[in-house]
Design a protein around this ligand. Structure first.
Ligand SMILES: *Cc1c(COP(=O)(O)O)cnc(C)c1O
Length: 359
């Protein structure tokens, strides 16, 4: 058996230690005589896994008691509809910040539910930067302000938040747990699990409890955040195995020293890769250096006719899934928490050798 360095944007690499632990516990979880996959979601065993997953996330992100942690099914794309469906009753509009492909998808879906006010957009500069927060056309009577702090496809990330009294609703699918955040600044944080948390199938949703009062009875029962909160995310059968894997990833994160320790490693990984790209005339990254993503690093070759060869040879060298998103082309290295520094170094070594051969 040999494992490659997997640079996939999602479903993404998981820590090897987590996979080994899941393997060791697969047939008989803690003496239960069954796999987690075969347990009733109402069993005391699974209830203990669910409680542990929530407790670890609460510690890792320092989530206060005024927030509810939900596990929502369907993926972050489903949240693009679930957010306006749950949070706009009693409001005429919602504000959205447009910083790239995922913001745009969220905007288009929200338009089916409410009047969307795009308060700022970096579309005109091809999403290589973030709009100036002082110049946003915020409407303080709107239901919320939605933004995406890390645009997974474009490779654009921002850490600061606009000043506003609106609840900030943030899609953190590809940045959650990679850097420190102050949860208290958000109304809702949501994140599809398959980037930085675990397998596909769940979305982590951290929601300020007062916002649950907006969820009305017209909502589909399993979409209703207040109902999910009331039933501890178990209105129906949740993706039990995905939740268990998330628990193991959170345990691994705690063993690594938590979010702060991961942030230091992530900073170093991203800086090393961007520094290499910047000093080379052969590779390029178009994003404003102030807003470059630490998680997703897109890059192009000066001679784009070499792209297919780059992908073929990197794949053969055990550096997997480096193609950019099908909508933009080029290359993209996703370097989430589970990607060790050695993986980034191996990628740079390959890039150097490739440049030497073909540059
Ligand atoms: C991957 C991703 C999504 C979509 O996730 P799905 O689970 O496939 O619906 C949404 N937003 C961001 C920022 C993403 O990275």
């Amino acid at each position: 058996m040999s494992r490659v360095y997997n640079f996939c944007s999602g479903p993404a690499a998981l820590p090897e230690a987590v996979l080994k632990k899941a393997q060791a516990e697969l047939l008989d979880w803690h003496g239960a005589g069954v796999s987690v996959m075969e347990m009733s979601h109402r069993s005391t065993e699974f209830m203990s896994i669910l409680a542990s997953t929530k407790a670890r996330l609460k510690r890792l992100l320092e989530i206060g008691d005024d927030y509810e942690i939900l596990f929502v099914q369907g993926g972050a794309s489903t949240m693009f509809a679930q957010i306006p469906a749950n949070l706009t009753s009693g409001y005429d509009s919602a504000c959205y910040l447009d910083t790239g492909a995922w913001s745009t998808k969220a905007i288009n879906e929200a338009k089916k539910y409410t009047n969307v006010k795009v308060v700022g957009s970096s579309k005109s500069d091809n999403y290589t930067s973030v709009p100036n927060f002082d110049q946003l056309a915020l409407d303080e009577s709107a239901a919320y302000l939605h933004l995406c702090s890390n645009e997974t496809i474009g490779g654009l990330e921002f850490a600061d938040l606009p000043e506003t009294d609106l609840p900030i609703v943030a899609d953190l699918s590809s940045t959650i747990l990679s850097r420190k955040i102050d949860v208290n600044k958000y109304g809702v944080i949501y994140a599809g699990a398959q980037k930085n948390v675990g397998p596909a199938g769940i979305v982590i949703c951290i929601i300020r409890k007062d916002l649950l009062a907006r969820c009305d009875d017209k909502l589909p029962t399993i979409w209703n955040f207040a109902n999910l909160a009331k039933h501890d995310s178990m209105v129906n059968t949740p993706p039990t195995f995905a939740i268990y894997l998330a628990d193991l990833v959170f345990e691994w994160l705690e063993e690594q020293g938590g979010v702060e320790a991961m942030e230091a490693i992530n900073k170093k990984k991203a800086q090393t890769l961007y520094d290499y790209i910047d000093q080379s005339a052969f590779y390029a990254n178009p994003i404003d250096p102030a807003f470059r993503s630490r998680m997703n690093v897109p890059f192009t070759l000066a001679d784009d006719s070499l792209e297919a060869r780059f992908l073929e040879e990197s794949d053969a060298a055990g550096l997997r899934t480096l193609a950019g998103h099908r909508s933009v082309g080029g290359m993209r290295a996703s370097i989430y928490n589970a990607m060790p520094m050695e993986g980034v170094e191996a990628l740079i070594d390959f890039m150097k050798a490739f440049e030497k051969r073909y540059g």
